[in-house]
Design a protein around this ligand. Structure first.
Ligand SMILES: Cc1ncc(COP(=O)(O)O)c(C=O)c1O
Length: 393
């Protein structure tokens, strides 16, 4: 049958990163390609103990169907953490537990985006969001990301020119660039958005992975109910549980719950119970501190090796958190060509073009620093540096 697939799926690209990850899966490859948290910090023993406890104390209960909204004590925990971390007053009813923050993006798209609606995303933008949103056939507009965030006056121009239905952004240690909006830009972004009818979807899976001493406050604190904030346990506990959340006002929440019911009834209840048990009996802040220290050391190693091995003509971000760093090669150099050569020498990264919805970015690339130790970073970056220098001559 011709046209057997729906237009929405025919128009959506396969995830380029998944394809790249296949070539990087060979254990002999030094991979800066994936976005994997460091498994050394997965709390395996603690999870084992939590499983035993919940099965012994509430065996049948933890294996039963549950509510769409999620496990109430877990929602309460998340709400309280917004208060203790950022002084944000969030009610447990404002939290919907999701299948990772990725599902949060999908549900927001489902609830708000009609075909051809104007959706604004950062450039470069998070690939998983580009893919999730693409399935709802929006018209993508982009706003460039500078080293300290977007330009709020550019945002105001776009919002004046176009009726932006939804603005999706990762203001804190963005994937792919590692960029964080400055405090001033957070405030100004909120001020601009207050004046328009745009829904701001703020995806924040990396906020807790900060190398700064002060917490990085979500834009939602300044924007209030007009913002929908997405969070995740993937980077601070484990990604395999697929646990995240949406923080939204009651008006939005009712519709998000309907969309979630239609999608999967509820998020895996067993993993919600395990995580809550874990959070109740262990100091998550100590655990997060270990992750931050390790990633900071790895980021330092990556920056040092850029300075040691890469030619002076390249540009790079110096993230204060998260898992990624973004490199811009001199104009005319292709990161896809660099990838072809690097993979032959068993080094992988993600070329930048898929992060640009409307084309461009041929000379950019994303490097992950969270999943390689310092020596491996040094070896891999040396190879990349030599290849870039060769391409330049
Ligand atoms: C910006 C961003 N949003 C969402 C996700 C998905 O995270 P989760 O595992 O919570 O679904 C990722 C994963 O890498 C990400 O980088």
């Amino acid at each position: 049958m011709k046209d057997k697939f729906a237009l929405r799926i025919r128009k959506t690209q396969k995830s380029f990163i998944r394809e790249i990850l296949k070539s990087a899966a060979d254990p002999s490859v030094i991979s800066f390609a994936g976005g994997l948290p460091n498994p050394d910090f997965f709390p395996v023993q603690e999870i084992k103990q939590a499983c035993t406890t919940i099965l012994e104390t509430d065996g049948p209960g933890v294996l039963q169907y549950s509510t769409t909204e999620g496990y109430p004590p877990l929602r309460e925990y998340i709400a309280k953490r917004y208060l203790s971390n950022f002084g944000m007053h969030i009610e447990p009813e404002d939290i919907l537990i999701t299948n990772g923050s990725q599902q949060g993006i999908d549900l927001c798209a489902k609830v708000f985006v009609n075909e051809n609606d104007a959706v604004l995303i950062e450039e470069p933008g998070y690939l998983g969001a580009i893919q999730a949103l693409s399935l709802y056939s929006p018209r993508f507009l982009t706003i460039p990301l500078n080293k300290d965030g977007i330009d709020p006056s550019c945002l105001a121009d776009i919002c004046t020119r176009e009726r932006i239905k939804l603005f999706y952004a990762v203001p804190t240690f963005q994937n792919p660039s590692g960029t964080a909006y400055s405090l001033e830009i957070r405030r100004q972004t909120a001020q601009v958005l207050q004046q328009y009818d745009t829904i701001f979807v703020e995806d924040d899976p990396y906020g807790e992975i900060t190398f700064r001493t002060e917490p990085v406050t979500p834009v939602k604190k300044y924007l209030g109910d007009r913002s929908i904030l997405l969070g995740s346990f993937s980077k601070i506990v484990v990604p395999s549980f697929r646990l995240g959340w949406i923080c939204a006002s009651r008006e939005f929440m009712d519709k998000l719950i309907i969309a979630k019911q239609g999608a999967d009834l509820h998020t895996n209840y067993f993993s919600q119970r395990i995580v809550f048990e874990l959070l109740s009996n262990h100091n998550i802040d100590d655990h997060i501190a270990k992750i931050r220290n390790a990633y900071k050391t790895q980021r330092d190693a990556m920056i040092k090796s850029i300075q040691n091995y890469f030619p002076l003509e390249i540009d790079y971000t110096q993230p204060d958190g998260g898992m990624f760093l973004w490199v811009t090669l001199p104009d005319g150099l292709s990161s896809l060509k660099l990838f072809d050569q690097a993979i032959r020498q068993k080094v992988a990264f993600v070329p930048g073009t898929p992060f640009f919805v409307n084309g461009g970015g041929e000379n950019t690339l994303r490097l992950n620093f969270s999943n390689s130790d310092v020596d491996t970073i040094d070896r891999g970056m040396k190879i990349l540096g030599e290849l870039i220098k060769k391409m330049l001559t």
